[in-house]
Design a protein around this ligand. Sequence first.
Ligand code: FUB
Length: 321
Amino acid sequence: MKEPKYLVEDLYTADPAAHVFNGKLYIYPSHDIETGMPENDNGDHFAMRDYHVYSMEEIDGKVTDHGVILDVDDVPWSGRQMWAPAAAAKNGKYYFYFPLKDKNDIFRIGAAVSDKPEGPFIAEKHPIMGSYSIDPGMFEENGEHYMYFGGIWGGQLQRYRDNKAIEVGAEPADEEPALCAKVVRMADDLLEFAEEPKDVVILDEDGNPLKAGDHDRRFFEAAKMHKYKEKYYFSYSTGNTHLLCYAIGDNPYGPFTYKGEILSPVVGWTTHHSICEFKGKWYLFYHDCKPSGGKTWLRSVKFVELEYNEDGTIKPLDGMS
Ligand code: FUB
């Protein structure tokens, strides 16, 4: 499929995390709603309250909506704003990860468990210990599961250095190294971190870390990992420049070397995606705001085939809105 397709038309959906479980494709998106919250750089207008999950047997087949899998009122530590989620599977159990502000308005990452990929999921009593900021992205290799996470501005990553909250949180100056997404190996039970989160360093063509002022290339949010032909592809959103970009490395921790853009700006402010192989082809899942007439907080998930060049670089997609 060379033309992008919307996932569903009856709900606003965003931030798609695509996972293949038991031969079926599952999409775990955010569920956008109209709340009347004012639009601001903090993202208060993204005031989502629950999640649905969708499945497909074939990429161009019927899309099944499995209904609400987790509601904000069912999370014991909840404050507000359920943002971009992710999922994982291990030993017949399914794990759903979600960023949510706690009762002090601090973003944490929560975990919830189910016996089925389509839920419903039961949230743990506490957020993952040591978690902060937003946008978990899950990657599994040889039985080890890694979480990538982080997001600046409304995602609060600028309030931390070395995994600790700092007094006055701001982005570094333009000439300083950019803030990095984080990567952490999960514990055996997939409910806690097994180690301190580490920086996902993105290097430029000269081997230097990207600078904070390099808004066309530096990480902003939507940290995702996939593997293609023995290489590790870290992909992400540049936020205020509205691009999806990627960098390639030799292991899940990096460092990663910046390689280019995956997707040019679409209708809407945010750009958030996942990349998934299904039945021998690769797909980019993303969202735009075209169906809502450009309302940034009412987005719709789309997907399109993703192709690679011979040298392993991704063929950039343009005009996908
Ligand atoms: O959906 C809320 C936030 O918008 C996500 O967490 C970000 O990645 C951006 O898409």
